[in-house]
Design a protein around this ligand. Structure first.
Ligand code: BGC
Length: 421
């Protein structure tokens, strides 16, 4: 028997935590998204059947999906005021870290006008995490922008990047005293695609050219933000949270399927990371998807029909294993799993999903891949962007009406695992 058989794979300082995003939980945000929600709620409710009835879970969500209120983030789950209680819950789950976003539109409601109250709030937020021995992983931008920035053309224009960078500078000065890990951007590929190519999200544009321009501007602004943050505080570890998929060829020996698979891996997974290779200290990965591609245009995954989550997404949690190996092979930098989870209202898949993920991480780590943390999406049920309130990603169930929090059985199981690992 090999002598290190009992050796623990997860080091003592491995970060276990939940992940959240300001707009999805805080409540009462005023930004490009909240304005868009109010303007589009009726349309989204009316078109719900046409858009969503293919989902196996449709009958369970029909009423909610056809109700305009579903599409308004409103007071969220009031995490802005409940964060201490929510951290107590996270602590109960044996978490030693937490990933969260600060809301730009709160901090800078008008160009160059800083809201001290909001800055103080986030300072307290970080302090309360530290008080509970939880490592704060500070995410600067998770898709929402102030209305004034959107009106100027947002990330479409290179000259607007200076506004974001001024904000990053402010964050570096005011909020990084007690922080070690900073994520600049969340999922630039998803944002550029949904907001500028498919046109499903604000500002609902459909242009490949614009999408590429926004994508490139986000890479540019990450690079500059990296140096702003490093200049101010060289000890920071900085990265992005990239949405990376385990992309595979549908037919094992098809050269054509391989070709499209390689192209999709480059376009979806590596394009952005390759541009910030020098400007990242760790690779942040949000993993939800294993996608099988067949040579066909337009490129679309052809996945097994089952199992799927409530959103109809094909689930292959163990697909994170080959993905971790590929990330490691490309970058040889510490990897932080910044998001990973399932929309699962009945809590029937979450435990299996987490268990498979832990095994996959153990396997990759015992083969030398340096994974430094795992952040489940999400700590709390939250507002799921254009789908609204019905998808339930939380380890903790939250009733948006009463704001009552209830730990799901899978989360209790996860908490017990963390103790053993
Ligand atoms: C995003 C989250 C979102 C989750 C589930 C990720 O792509 O970063 O904001 O809620 O996926 O769709």
């Amino acid at each position: 028997m090999p002598e290190d058989i009992d050796k623990k794979v997860f080091p003592k300082d491995f970060m276990w935590g939940g992940s959240t995003a300001a707009h999805q939980v805080e409540g009462d945000t005023h930004n490009q998204w909240s304005v868009w929600e109010r303007a589009n709620a009726q349309r989204l409710a009316k078109s719900a059947k046409k858009r969503l009835s293919w989902m196996p879970y449709w009958k369970n969500i029909k009423n909610q999906a056809e109700d305009p209120d579903n599409y308004i983030s409103g007071r969220g789950i009031d995490h802005y005021n409940h964060y201490e209680k929510d951290f107590d819950i996270a602590k109960k789950l044996n978490f030693n870290a937490h990933r969260f976003t600060i809301e730009w539109s709160r901090i800078e409601p008008q160009p160059g006008q800083w809201n001290q109250e909001a800055l103080d709030h986030y300072r307290r937020y970080i302090k309360e995490l530290r008080a509970r021995d939880m490592e704060p992983v500070l995410n600067i931008w998770h898709w929402t922008v102030p209305v004034w920035f959107a009106n100027l053309g947002g990330f479409e224009k290179k000259r607007n990047l200076r506004y974001f960078e001024r904000f990053v500078h402010k964050v570096a000065l005011e909020l990084t005293d007690d922080v070690k890990y900073v994520i600049t951007l969340n999922e630039p590929n998803v944002y550029a695609s949904f907001s500028y190519l498919t046109g499903e999200w604000p500002p609902q544009k459909k242009s490949l050219l614009l999408m590429i321009r926004v994508y490139r501007n986000l890479a540019r602004t990450h690079r500059r933000s990296y140096y702003i943050l490093k200049h101010h505080r060289p000890s920071l570890h900085i990265g992005v949270a990239a949405q990376l998929a385990n992309i595979q060829a549908k037919r094992a020996h098809s050269v054509m399927d391989e070709l499209i698979t390689e192209w999709m891996r480059y376009f979806w997974n590596w394009w952005f990371l390759a541009r910030i290779r020098k400007e990242q200290d760790f690779v942040g990965v949000n993993y939800y998807f294993t996608d099988y591609y067949r040579f066909k245009l337009p490129a679309k995954p052809i996945n097994p029909k089952l199992p799927t989550n409530d959103l109809g997404w094909y689930m292959e949690p163990e697909g994170i294993y080959p993905l971790l190996l590929r990330i490691w092979a490309h970058y040889k930098k510490p990897i932080m799993i910044t998001e990973n989870g399932v929309a699962d209202e009945q809590d029937q898949y979450r435990r299996w999903w987490i268990e498979e993920t832990i095994v996959a991480m153990e396997r990759a780590m015992s083969e030398g891949v340096n994974v430094i943390g795992y952040f489940h999406w999400s700590l709390l049920d939250n507002f799921e962007w254009a789908y609204g309130w019905w998808p339930k990603f939380g380890l903790v169930e939250v009733d948006p009406k009463t704001l009552k929090r209830k730990i799901r059985p899978s989360a209790k199981w996860f908490a017990a695992q963390i103790k053993k690992l």
